[in-house]
Design a protein around this ligand. Structure first.
Ligand SMILES: Nc1ncnc2c1ncn2[C@@H]1O[C@H](COP(=O)(O)OP(=O)(O)OP(=O)(O)O)[C@@H](O)[C@H]1O
Ligand SMILES: [Mg+2]
Length: 364
């Protein structure tokens, strides 16, 4: 539940509630995972993942190879049964209402199995039918998707003649065929050429504008930065950081960094602004410093330089990339060690875990 709107939590397994007490509208989270675990034999792949995703929110799930991203996505897609904890998608429990979950979710898996003897439209219509669509609706939708992703000209070819990237597009169309409210896209652009990857990212932007809820797994951090409202970083099966790009940047990289370029050696300028900012380094005629309070500090710096007769050529805030934040968190590039991360209040406490025994057809 979103903190402000939290008032009614549907009973586990119940259909979602959209109206609260006293007629207030409540908006339940589209994805609500509590303390999810997955154990494969003796290996603990996912360790207590708790996650809330609001309707229309785009989340990028990042983390190193083997961190547990795909396993988490598969549990949230009712493909894999959690060993412990629970999750609801659009109010449906991923174990007790797996069929409903699969209906509301469009899932692009990491290694999609395609029926290679089929042709694109036939394949997409087959999955449309599985999702309960009429033949005419799925044919129309398949044509629209094939045109959107530039595969309409290849509609008469068999899928086994498709390239890796073309197959990945077909798998994405399969996830989109029934226009689901929730999408799990597990590395949707990995095999694609730059133009195709752009098409897919544009499609994701359109889906975001259409208020679809998207859980995107990717190793392309520029893609995550462009598309995601919120970033979730998972390592060794646990969420170690969560927030908007701005929040994570502030939390892990500290105050914004500035570059002051002067028309004279910067060494002299350091004494002039002593005590005003934290100087990172001096490099010839440039000086780099951190400040959280640029509105107050930067005009003072410029005034002091003018008083000292040191010409200011340029003053720029240095852009920070998600890659820097990610490496700080995952590779501990300096300030952030594993112990610090373990103590971060990165995720909310999970609700109590039920110990019930359930049966579900489990893939793999
Ligand atoms: N069916 C399985 N049986 C045993 N171990 C598994 C199974 N599926 C996943 N694992 C293990 O769980 C861990 C997490 O795997 P997962 O596929 O979730 O990682 P990931 O974060 O998606 O990694 P990548 O970035 O490489 O896709 C890995 O160590 C993997 O070997
Ligand atoms: Mg994966």
């Amino acid at each position: 539940m979103r903190p402000i709107e939290a008032c009614i939590r549907p009973a586990r397994g119940a259909a979602p509630s959209h109206s609260g007490i006293f007629g207030f509208q409540t908006v339940p989270d589209m994805i609500e995972a509590r303390n999810l675990h997955k154990v494969f034999g003796a290996f603990h792949a996912v360790r207590g993942v708790t996650l809330d995703v609001a309707p229309g929110e785009v989340i990028a799930l990042l983390g190193p190879n083997g961190a547990g991203k795909t396993t988490t996505v598969r549990m949230l897609g009712a493909i894999l049964r959690p060993s412990d904890g629970y999750a609801r998608v659009a109010g449906y429990d991923v174990v007790e209402q797996a069929r409903e979950v699969r209906r509301v979710v469009g899932l692009l898996t990491e290694f999609p199995g395609l029926y290679l003897r089929m042709r694109p439209q036939e394949y997409l219509c087959f999955f449309g039918a599985l999702q309960g669509m009429s033949a005419s609706d799925s044919a129309r939708r398949a044509e629209q998707l094939l045109r959107q992703f530039g595969l309409w000209e290849a509609r008469d070819k068999r899928l086994d003649s498709f390239s890796k990237g073309m197959k990945q597009k077909i798998a994405l169309m399969r996830a989109l065929i029934h226009d689901p409210p929730v999408l799990y896209l597990d590395e949707p652009t990995t095999a694609m050429d730059p133009h195709s990857a752009r098409q897919v990212r544009d499609a994701m932007l359109e889906l975001r504008a259409a208020k679809r809820t998207i859980l995107l797994t990717t190793h392309n951090l520029t893609e995550a930065e462009e598309l995601a409202d919120r970033i979730v970083i998972i390592r060794n099966g646990s969420i170690v950081a969560e927030g908007t790009f701005a929040q994570l940047t502030r939390q892990f990289l500290g105050a914004p960094r500035w570059e002051l370029r002067l028309g004279a050696p910067a060494q002299r300028a350091a004494a002039v602004i002593d005590g005003l900012v934290q100087i990172e380094r001096i490099d010839g005629e440039s000086m780099y410093y951190y400040t959280d309070d640029a509105r107050r500090v930067n005009p003072q710096i410029i005034a002091r330089m003018a008083n000292a007769g040191i010409p200011v050529v340029a003053l720029n805030e240095l852009p920070r990339r998600l890659e820097d934040v990610y490496l700080e968190i995952v590779a501990g590039n300096g300030r952030t060690d594993a112990a610090t991360l373990a103590e971060q209040p990165a995720r909310r406490d999970g609700a109590p875990v039920t110990g019930e025994v359930v049966t579900l057809k489990v893939e793999g």
